[in-house]
Design a binder for this molecule. Sequence first.
Ligand SMILES: Cc1cc2nc3c(=O)[nH]c(=O)nc-3n(C[C@H](O)[C@H](O)[C@H](O)COP(=O)(O)OP(=O)(O)OC[C@H]3O[C@@H](n4cnc5c(N)ncnc54)[C@H](O)[C@@H]3O)c2cc1C
Length: 312
Amino acid sequence: MKVRVAVVGGGLGGLLTASELQAAGVDDVVVLDRDDLPGGVARTVARDGYQLEPAAGALLLPKPELSPVLANLGAEVVPAVDAALRYVYARGRLNVLGPSPKVVLSPVVTWPAKFRALAEPFIRTRAASSDESVDAFFRRRFGKGMGGTLAWLAASGVFAGDPARLSARSAFPVFSALEDEAGSLVRGGIRRARRRERGTPRAKSHVPVGGFSALAERAARRLGDRYRPGVTIESVRRSDRGWDVKGSERPSIVPCPPRPSSSASVRNRTASRCRPDSGHSPDRMPARSRSASSSSHRTRLIGRRPGTPWPR
Ligand SMILES: Cc1cc2nc3c(=O)[nH]c(=O)nc-3n(C[C@H](O)[C@H](O)[C@H](O)COP(=O)(O)OP(=O)(O)OC[C@H]3O[C@@H](n4cnc5c(N)ncnc54)[C@H](O)[C@@H]3O)c2cc1C
């Protein structure tokens, strides 16, 4: 199979990228994912009237980069005040942290730690290495108590990761940029707020209607059979004609009637007929794979060369 653009991974990143390409007129695109459900780590769990988001829980909107992407997709998002709250168990009690400036009074950290954090605008020390960890970055800026807590909140809330092992510059480029611009996160934040045009609404927490799974399913549905679940990519290699993307495709997990041929081409056609197609809806989405037999056919895809514009 030859395509202009192959997106490996049908998480929110891959699906929204493909959706943007489609909106830009690049129709020759496929999204390949080894899973059977779209959305990657963003997978809404609905239980007992509650909606749990194990990964992305809210989007700060409006945002110049993201708002048009969601609009192109026709995604429905609604403000969600509760999604902005953080529940933090610290110092023997459960603390509720809201987006208001009053959060500084919360007992999550001690008063000495708070006073040290107030000195952030005057801290001149620079990173010991160009790839400082999130933990080291926040501790250097806000002190051990507040910085360690902020690093842990940021890393676990956004990546479920270890702040000592995440790169600050990669994980939170916006904070590094504030320090680069103004020598301080607080001063940089104030400068940016002043630069914000009058009348520009402040970004607030929003959630997709139906959760992040619904958002992913909407994007997958829009892609139709260009979204291809059950394909594990084994290698991506540059070739003289573009890129070779090789992977193996699992037969569909949707029960199919037995077919009287074993030839690869017929097997593949069968798989694509039985795979969930363009009509993804939560109740039509299959449960996780039960079928393990893997086919061995190769997929050849041609992608964009680095540095060249997206083909139209
Ligand atoms: C706890 C937590 C809280 C978060 N909170 C927020 C939040 O509030 N707001 C926010 O905006 N973001 C939040 N995020 C971040 C957000 O969820 C992620 O950034 C986003 O979902 C990642 O999408 P992705 O497509 O980059 O990666 P993933 O979701 O990881 O998708 C990668 C996809 O690639 C597929 N794949 C991998 N290898 C292969 C292969 N070899 N072949 C084929 N397919 C493959 C996987 O199956 C998967 O579907 C949070 C994340 C976590 C963990």
